[in-house]
Design a protein around this ligand. Structure first.
Ligand SMILES: Cc1cc2nc3c(=O)[nH]c(=O)nc-3n(C[C@H](O)[C@H](O)[C@H](O)COP(=O)(O)OP(=O)(O)OC[C@H]3O[C@@H](n4cnc5c(N)ncnc54)[C@H](O)[C@@H]3O)c2cc1C
Length: 569
């Protein structure tokens, strides 16, 4: 599919950071013409959001760029504490408690890949796959919206200083323009919260002489409670480049970042190591804040990522949360722009993301305070919430579960989930060990071959809903197609999942089933809690969350009425 910029854009995306890029990619996947602008004249240097959490990796795998990210990145390493806060001998420790992968959660280790390396992968993918180029040196200055669209004023700057002003009319604007961006401010959204007291040094430095095998661990010197230094090895191909964070009440962040030789000297002093060679590539003073909007949109204009919420870097949630905002919004916006869903669907973006972000800010702020006041080793996170695999939307008005809605109470479990099996609103688990039994020749996945091994994650796509139809041996299959006809044409791919050992010729499937899978290892039936019950329909949304967990056509109709409104077939 090509989405060249010759087509008039429906959506203007403001900001070429990870969130703007992800929004552009998911909209482009759905065939929506977009324009994405970035006011910086060059692509940004610097590691910043390097921690890529397991849930974001899953989303990257759905859009097809995870292998490329993995090639460059490193797994989350242990920290080496040179001066542990208990006064004990130097030792290694985990920053986030490791969790073993399972069939339902195959990715449980964060990756480290600096934004200066991950953003080019997103940009190149957007350009090569969809023909959409990030427009640098292009700034949104102001906009006005009315019932039909948004009029935007853009200024383009050329290398020789010329300015070209442009008025652009689009149907929607997504402000992914960071914490200081114009979009949120122009909308008058609140950004409640506080700036935290710590002034930090952030940057990238080249360091040689850190001892044997320095690439195998993070190096933590001193304590952020007094003066602390964190040196994290970056990518495989930059062996002497480290991300630096320096902080503590006695640290003059402003003075040190204004004078790189002085900063190098400070690093030598804090490490107390002889013979270090240090070159500061860039450094800047950073003051963490905890803030979020009261809602994620006003009319036809949305905010996402740091523009909507900002929080301390502890726990590596900022970019990850923003990328997840983008995914949540973009598939809905695409359906509305195609005329398949009513604009009311877009309200669910705010409804779903607000409780998640509010919980995330509480967790990261608490963790940051522990790290800052008691030392990095005291900030170690003992639960797995920060892997973001438990994030869910059980309370959402557009998810349907035959066992009832999660209701307001579910918002209290927005980050970790309840651990009581898969419900509507939850992350749709993976299930490996499936065998393709039959592929409908005129279905939406004709390229697949019977007999191949596969897993559910290989099917999830930002461009379609995926119906998983769990068919026990004795289920009445003829009703399957009729039940799924509430979906508008082209919005659904249907996978029938049969237990192992059941006859599964094409004649036993339904004409509407694209692919019939045999659950050879039983992970799909057990992971989705659909053993020992009749037919179960699990509708997985384009963002990989369960939209409906129902037992009959009426449940699917309810889901489609919520998402597609009057346009549901
Ligand atoms: C030290 C540090 C470590 C971090 N570590 C992590 C981590 O490990 N994991 C994690 O998830 N997050 C981390 N973060 C947070 C992460 O960097 C941010 O959350 C992320 O960059 C937000 O992405 P964004 O696209 O929303 O905004 P940004 O990355 O801020 O991008 C917004 C872009 O919009 C552009 N822009 C602004 N106004 C306009 C305009 N009017 N017109 C056009 N363009 C405009 C800006 O120039 C900018 O390029 C860290 C942050 C810091 C500071």
């Amino acid at each position: 599919m090509s989405n060249t910029q010759a087509t008039k854009p429906s959506v203007l995306i403001v900001g070429g950071g990870p969130v703007g890029l992800m929004t552009a990619i998911v909209l482009s996947y759905n065939g929506i013409p977009v324009r994405i602008i970035e006011k910086n004249t060059t692509n940004r240097p610097g590691q910043r959001g390097a921690g890529v959490q397991p849930r974001s990796q899953e989303l990257y795998s759905f859009i097809g760029i995870l292998p490329e990210l993995q090639k460059l990145s490193r797994p989350l390493m242990q920290m080496h504490l040179y001066q542990p806060s208990d006064g004990g001998a130097p030792r290694d420790a985990h920053f986030l408690t490791p969790v073993d992968p399972t069939p339902a959660c195959p990715i449980t280790r964060p990756l480290s890949l600096g934004q200066s390396r991950s953003e080019p992968i997103l940009r190149n993918f957007l350009l090569s796959r969809f023909g959409v180029a990030l427009e640098l040196a292009t700034e949104l200055t102001h906009f006005e919206q009315d019932a039909e669209g948004v009029s935007c004023h853009i200024v383009k700057r050329s290398v020789d200083g010329y300015k070209v002003e442009e008025d652009v009319r689009v149907l929607y604007v997504v402000g992914a323009d960071g914490a200081r961006g114009v979009v949120r401010k122009a909308l008058g959204l609140s950004y409640e919260g506080q700036a935290l007291e710590q002034h930090m040094i952030i940057g990238d430095v080249r360091v040689q002489g850190l001892g044997p095998n320095p690439q195998s661990r993070w190096h933590i010197f001193g304590s952020f409670a007094t003066q602390g230094l964190w040196l994290r090895p970056t990518e495989w191909d930059t062996p002497d480049l480290y991300q630096i964070i320096g902080s503590g009440p006695t640290v003059d962040a402003a003075g040190l970042t204004a004078d790189y030789p002085k900063l190098a000297q400070w690093i030598r002093e804090v490490t107390q190591l002889e013979g270090l060679t240090i070159n500061v590539e860039w450094a800047s003073e950073y003051r963490a804040s905890s803030r979020m909007v009261n809602k994620f949109s006003e009319g036809r204009v949305f905010v996402a990522g740091d523009s909507a919420h900002i929080h301390p870097p502890a726990g590596a949630q900022g970019m990850n949360s923003g990328v997840q905002d983008a995914y949540n919004l973009a598939w809905k916006l695409a359906l509305v722009l195609k005329g398949l869903s009513p604009p009311a669907l877009l309200a669910s973006y705010s409804d779903e993301r607000l409780p998640v972000i509010s919980e995330m800010i509480k967790r990261t702020t608490a963790m940051f305070n522990r790290v800052s006041k008691e030392g990095v080793d005291r900030g170690v996170n003992a639960d797995s919430a920060l892997y973001m695999l438990g994030i869910n939307y059980r309370w959402s008005g557009v998810v349907v579960d035959y066992r009832g809605s999660g209701g307001e109470e579910a918002k209290g479990h927005a980050y970790l989930g309840k651990g009581d099996g898969v419900h509507a609103g939850d992350r749709a688990p993976d299930a490996p060990g499936l065998t393709i039994a039959h592929v409908a020749p005129h279905g939406s996945l004709p390229e697949l071959k019977a007999g191949e091994a596969t897993s559910l994650f290989k099917f999830f796509t930002p461009a379609k809903h995926t119906a998983l139809v769990f068919l026990p041996e004795d289920a009445e299959r003829s009703a399957v197609g009729a039940a799924l006809r509430s979906f508008p044409p082209g919005t659904l791919q249907t996978l029938a999942v049969l237990p192992n050992g059941v006859g599964h010729g094409p004649s036993q499937g339904s004409a509407e089933v694209d692919v019939t899978l045999v659950d050879a290892q039983g992970h799909a039936f057990s992971g989705y809690g659909s053993q020992g019950v009749g037919i179960t329909f699990v509708i997985v949304r384009p963002d990989g969350y369960v939209g409906a967990y129902v037992r009959d056509a009426a449940g699917i109709e309810r889901y489609c009425a919520g998402v597609f409104g009057g346009s549901a077939q």
